[in-house]
Design a protein around this ligand. Structure first.
Ligand SMILES: Nc1ccn([C@@H]2O[C@H](COP(=O)(O)OP(=O)(O)OP(=O)(O)O)[C@@H](O)[C@H]2O)c(=O)n1
Ligand SMILES: C[C@](O)(CO)[C@H](O)COP(=O)(O)O
Length: 238
């Protein structure tokens, strides 16, 4: 890790892409499914590589990933760097990525973690996140306020209660934290599904930066169609 004092921090993107996409129920891991004639993962990687705020983009692939090499990524080099060090969970993959870049990242550099499975990331999402968090002591994440009425269910899927939705937000990515803070938080965290949870477990309060619903995560087959529609119909700001 480079020294702590850093008045012009760099911004590194880490893109965890070592999942199997089990909920997608497809032959290929979902990051390689075709979306508008490109592997799904390419959409977010192109957006991140084109972002002037971001210095380098590291994509974390599973150790035995044999699909990456089947595509041409040369137009995104040298900004895009693959790391074949993914782990058993998303958090393990992100932590492995952080460890792999330790020689390059200074403690106070920013890391933006973005799911490979969110192909509709737009330049203005990155721009807003980076601008709003530039002077933040903790960091934060893109998120959207919950819009629906929320129900808690019992095991028979009967409603136990209506949960007040005031102050509830849906977490998205990118999630942006200082290198050393994020690494320490993930090293101490158990069973977290996002970076912010690890930071919260360390007693800190990440900032919510309002995003929008177009930055959806492709989780189920229907999401692939929604993502295609969003990308096809996007003109400037959504
Ligand atoms: N061991 C893992 C698991 C997930 N991810 C990545 O984390 C992101 C978000 O995870 P999710 O949508 O849950 O992807 P999968 O784990 O692939 O999907 P599923 O849970 O349906 O198997 C994805 O880009 C995925 O590739 C990862 O890098 N390493
Ligand atoms: C990080 C995340 O995208 C925030 O919504 C999400 O938690 C990752 O999804 P997973 O299915 O829990 O891996």
């Amino acid at each position: 890790m480079r020294a702590m004092q850093n008045f012009h921090p760099k911004h590194f993107a880490i893109v965890p892409a070592a999942g199997s996409g089990s909920r997608m129920v497809s032959d290929l891991p979902k990051q390689y499914l075709s979306l508008l004639d490109k592997p799904l993962i390419r959409h977010a990687l192109e957006t991140l590589c084109a972002a002037p705020e971001i210095d380098k983009v590291f994509v974390v692939l599973s150790v035995g990933d044999a699909l990456w090499a089947q595509y041409d990524w040369s137009d995104l080099a040298p900004k895009l760097v693959p790391l074949f060090c993914g782990g058993a969970t998303r958090a393990d993959s992100v932590l492995a990525g952080l460890r792999a870049i330790s020689a390059e990242a200074a403690q106070s550099d920013w890391v933006l973690v973005h799911d490979a499975a969110r192909p509709c990331l737009a330049p203005w999402h990155i721009d807003r996140l980076v601008r709003e968090l530039a002077h933040d002591e903790v960091g934060g994440l893109l998120a959207v306020p919950v819009a629906d009425t929320l129900k808690r269910a019992d095991t028979q899927r009967r409603v136990l209660q209506t949960v007040p939705r005031d102050s509830l937000w849906q977490a998205q990515t990118p999630q942006m934290f200082r290198y050393v803070m994020l690494r320490r938080a993930l090293e101490g965290a158990r069973d977290v599904t996002d970076e912010a949870s690890a930071i919260e477990a360390a007693g800190l309060h990440p900032k919510l930066v309002q995003g929008d619903a177009t930055n959806l995560k492709v989780t189920y087959p229907l999401d692939l169609h929604l993502a295609e529609w969003i990308l096809k119909n996007r003109e400037g700001r959504a």
